[in-house]
Design a protein around this ligand. Sequence first.
Ligand code: NAD
Length: 338
Amino acid sequence: MAYSVTLIPGDGIGPEITKAMQRTIEATGVDVRWEVVEAGERAMAAQGTPLPDQVLASIRRNRVAIKGPITTPVGSGFRSVNVFLRKELDLYACLRPVFSIRGIRSRYENVDLVIVRENTEDLYAGIERMVDQDTAESIKLITRGASRRIVRFAFEYAVRERRKKVTAVHKANILKYSDGLFLESARAVATDYPEIEFEDRIVDNMCMQLVLKPEQYDVLVLPNLYGDIVSDLCAGLIGGLGVAAGANLGDEIAVFEAVHGSAPKYAGQNRANPTAIILSGYLMLKHLGEGEAAQRLLVAVEDVISDGEHVTRDLGGSATTWKMAEAIVEKLEVNRGA
Ligand code: NAD
């Protein structure tokens, strides 16, 4: 079966790492037809908009996309393409499985968490203004509908993936209305899933708990801002941003991407770690129903990292992005022949 997938190379290191990802996905033998569309800085330069209409049209048509990171100008310039994409396509759930990768040196072993981050509201709703010249205001928008939807998504995921516990993360002791509503919604939805344990944690305590004993947590569900921050914290538990994969999911559409950004200082140097986007490709293969190929890809990535010979600098090696991808392809071929 052939799959049509929208590919957005992105900015900074995006084009290099997505090319590496394409190479490894193709080596699994799964027939993916890539529809390449540009968004971000290059689209801005060529077409005057960072998100041309054909990008959204392509994703809507294919329903599956994988994207490189896109630079967001700080302070001024265009608004985040990532935030806009998520809102426009109603990709309300950001899923970030955080698992220990064989071969990666980390202080933690056996981490196996899943972060489910609400993707459409909270402080990312873009409701900001200057009240006067010296005062800025950002509105934290939390609705019952979006809160229930994301918590239900987390529980449904837990049931499907045979997970045991869902933890809702909030700051309802201080933000009594907004986070209070999120927590109340979470508690209400949890009653529909008596077979899954439910608990809640205040976000600051959650950060400490994750650093001390991450193995005690299973599925975490969070509003947008805490989800963003805790995702990077969790990436640190398993070896850093270079290896953390993710997906943005709606009811119909899935867009896969690494947790990290466009790392402009490494752009064009062929030295960025391609693992996070390749593992996002692994999640994409699972989503497409190609679980066996996905597993082979994961094993090949872990084999290369365990060997330690062809890994990028952030993993303690000296390989280029492309060399690491080639090594993964070789492992796929060897493992397939075995
Ligand atoms: P970043 O993730 O680009 O970089 C953080 C640190 O991690 C840097 O030291 C960087 O060099 C390193 N790093 C990141 N990816 C790496 C990789 N694959 N291999 C090796 N090292 C890697 O975060 P930032 O500097 O805060 O953001 C840079 C730009 O990316 C900003 O414009 C930001 O808005 C954007 N961004 C985009 C996305 C996205 O498209 N989803 C996500 C986060 C940030």
